[in-house]
Design a protein around this ligand. Structure first.
Ligand code: SF4
Ligand code: SF4
Ligand code: SF4
Length: 310
């Protein structure tokens, strides 16, 4: 059955945001406030975008902002990508969900706030998997994460561009999906994840694209001694996904880049969301709202509940 979808923002909206980003970039680079700006430029196919780093004010016109700006650019500030960090202060274009990653990285001392100039984008949303590059941003093409976004207005940026227009109510598809997972028995849940993880080919794209997977050597790559089996077989796959989930619990910013990068359509963000809900329930903690040095799973207090130790 054909569904009618509502357009959420038109070309003039994105053109205005693009112009504001270009103006800010020109000012920052020509005044020498920053050495580089990390943003988006048009890709090789119409309607696509790719991350870029601009160091010359004359190139500010290359920057764009569109519903295709899915990448979380915070990735390019981490240790794992240190080769792209220029000498000097750097500006970065950040949507609200990217801001959560920046807050997490600041809290973990991976970044210094005084070395950053954050150009926040008040965000209507970006397009999700399956949306064509030429399609408009509508209630049908919007990314799943954007349907339940609570951080459209980025907080803590040096400057914010754009203004979010009124948006319709989205149907609670994501909440229903999480509720279905939570309603499963432990055995059903194990079978659910085992089925999904059996498809994993261990390409590690989910790790490479995550701003919080910044270790210079991942435990999962070690072979002397080997911590985890590295070939895509059931036991090693399950171990990898448990390590990944636990390592990111209380840190994941919910940018969904891992799920977007996964070539095997594994619902990684469903697991991320489940872990985030556990952290909220157990510790009243949400990652990335403010920079904190240690999340609940890395901080120990003597008065902590010890009853789980048998
Ligand atoms: S989750 Fe929110 S801030 Fe992030 S892209 Fe979607 S609407 Fe924008
Ligand atoms: S685990 Fe996925 S959703 Fe969470 S911060 Fe990393 S890439 Fe983003
Ligand atoms: S991106 Fe997907 S297939 Fe690749 S390692 Fe991650 S979960 Fe497995």
């Amino acid at each position: 059955m054909q569904q009618n979808h509502t357009q959420l923002a038109d070309d003039s909206y994105f053109a205005a945001v693009t112009n504001a980003i270009r103006t800010e970039t020109t000012k920052l680079l020509s005044e020498g406030t920053v050495a580089a700006v990390i943003g988006y430029q048009a890709g090789t196919r119409a309607g696509t975008v790719i991350p870029t780093i601009i160091t010359d004010a004359a190139k500010a016109g290359d920057l764009v902002f569109s519903p295709g700006c899915v990448n979380n650019l915070a990735l390019y500030l981490t240790k794992a990508k240190k080769e792209v960090r220029p000498a000097g202060k750097v500006a970065i274009i950040a949507k609200g969900c990217d801001m959560r990653a920046l807050a997490g990285l600041l809290g973990e001392s991976q970044l210094k706030r005084e070395e950053l100039h954050i150009i926040g984008v008040a965000c209507v949303g970006v397009k999700g998997a399956g949306a064509g590059s030429g399609e408009a941003l509508t209630t049908g093409t919007i990314a799943r994460k954007c349907r339940e976004c609570t951080v459209r207005a980025p907080e803590g940026a040096d400057v914010v561009v754009g203004a979010v227009p009124p948006l319709p109510e989205f149907s609670p598809v994501e909440a229903e999906e999480l509720a279905r997972l939570e309603a499963m028995t432990p055995a059903e849940r194990w079978a659910f994840w085992k089925g999904h993880f059996s498809r994993c080919i261990r390409c590690m794209a989910c790790r490479q694209v995550c701003p919080f997977c910044y270790c210079e050597q991942c435990l999962c790559d070690r072979n002397r001694p080997q911590a985890l089996e590295t070939t895509p077989r059931p036991a090693g796959n399950m171990a990898w996904h448990i390590v990944r989930a636990m390592h990111l619990a209380g840190r994941c910013a919910g940018c969904t880049e891992c799920e977007r990068a996964c070539p095997m359509d594994i619902p990684l963000n469903l697991l991320n969301r489940k872990m985030a809900r556990e952290l909220k329930t157990l510790y009243d903690f949400e990652a990335g709202l403010v920079p904190v040095e240690k999340g609940p799973l890395t901080e120990y207090r003597e008065e902590d509940d010890q009853s789980f130790i048998k």
